[in-house]
Ligand binder design. Structure first.
Ligand SMILES: Cc1cc2nc3c(=O)[nH]c(=O)nc-3n(C[C@H](O)[C@H](O)[C@H](O)COP(=O)(O)OP(=O)(O)OC[C@H]3O[C@@H](n4cnc5c(N)ncnc54)[C@H](O)[C@@H]3O)c2cc1C
Length: 253
């Protein structure tokens, strides 16, 4: 954005500013929620030792809790994304954003690497579903005034998982390219001296770990969108059906 500004490219600067405005609630809301989950899992991994102060896992969990509150709570970020950034702008930002995701996937759909190819198809399907789901919500909002608020947090999380997958696909693409340029190496491993060979192995492992992490994101995290999708489309009536006085837990009355 700064480059566009420095070059006096007002249109380019505005375009990047709009992309950032769209991505900000997703990044802020989704990543702070995932941070809570990660810190909680760290306590769990330590077992009882995670709960006591020695390993500082509990300190992380307490510290990360504020992130989903200050500078905008998750619920407010979600309303900002779906209400202000998407619906009030007549769906334009989601159409443009998904267009960028389709363009990212397109060159990978016939790639020789089967993992990359499979995940490009997966992202393409999720992006198309995200866009259609948004249009469906827009239609529903015309007759149900609770539809946007009721769907917003699940919508934010679904947006976050798809965006996370898009980033990992980009990382995987870079890693696959790097691995392909190294194997077969122009210098056979046996001819490298020990230091070079160690460095070569280390870098290869680094790129392989990126590919494995991408597979983890697509296979273990992205399927969570199915539950969020179902919640987004669920009827809103149960949310507002209860009378205020029925929230009382004063069973003595
Ligand atoms: C340690 C700390 C430091 C802070 N530092 C700063 C600072 O430096 N500068 C500053 O400006 N502020 C600061 N804040 C304030 C912070 O910005 C607010 O706490 C935050 O914006 C949430 O507002 P609130 O506490 O009034 O909660 P509320 O607005 O009362 O929200 C309570 C709950 O209701 C939900 N909610 C509220 N409205 C809606 C809605 N319309 N639909 C659905 N759900 C809704 C919220 O998501 C939240 O879960 C700080 C807060 C803390 C705890």
């Amino acid at each position: 954005m700064n480059d566009a500004k420095a070059a006096g490219d007002e249109k380019g600067e505005k375009h990047i500013d709009e992309q950032l405005a769209f991505l900000t609630p997703i990044l802020k809301g989704f990543l702070t929620e995932m941070g809570k989950e990660a810190a909680d899992l760290a306590v769990q991994a330590y077992g009882g030792h995670g709960y006591i102060v020695d390993n500082r896992a509990e300190q992380n969990l307490r510290d990360v809790r504020i992130a989903a509150l200050w500078e905008g709570t998750t619920q407010i970020q979600a309303l900002d994304l779906l209400g202000r950034k998407i619906m009030l702008q007549k769906m334009k930002p989601i159409g443009e954003h998904c267009g960028r995701l389709y363009a990212q996937c397109r060159p990978l759909l016939m790639h020789s690497d089967s993992g990359l190819r499979r995940r490009a198809w997966s992202l393409l399907g999720h992006a198309a579903d995200w866009q259609l789901l948004t249009y469906r919500l827009g239609l529903r909002a015309a007759s149900d005034r609770e539809a946007i608020a009721a769907a917003s947090v699940d919508y934010l999380m679904l947006s976050g998982y798809v965006t996370l997958a898009a980033h990992w696909l980009r990382i995987e693409e870079t890693a696959v390219r790097a691995l392909a340029s190294r194997i077969p190496s122009p210098t056979p491993l046996g001819l490298l001296d020990r230091g070079d060979a160690d460095g070569f192995e280390e870098e290869t492992e680094f790129y392989r770990a990126k590919v494995q992490t991408s597979a983890f994101v697509f296979e273990r995290l992205l399927p969570r969108t199915a539950a969020h999708r179902a919640a987004i489309l669920a009827p809103t009536s149960a949310l507002t059906a209860m009378r205020n006085e029925d929230f009382s837990f004063d069973h003595g009355r």
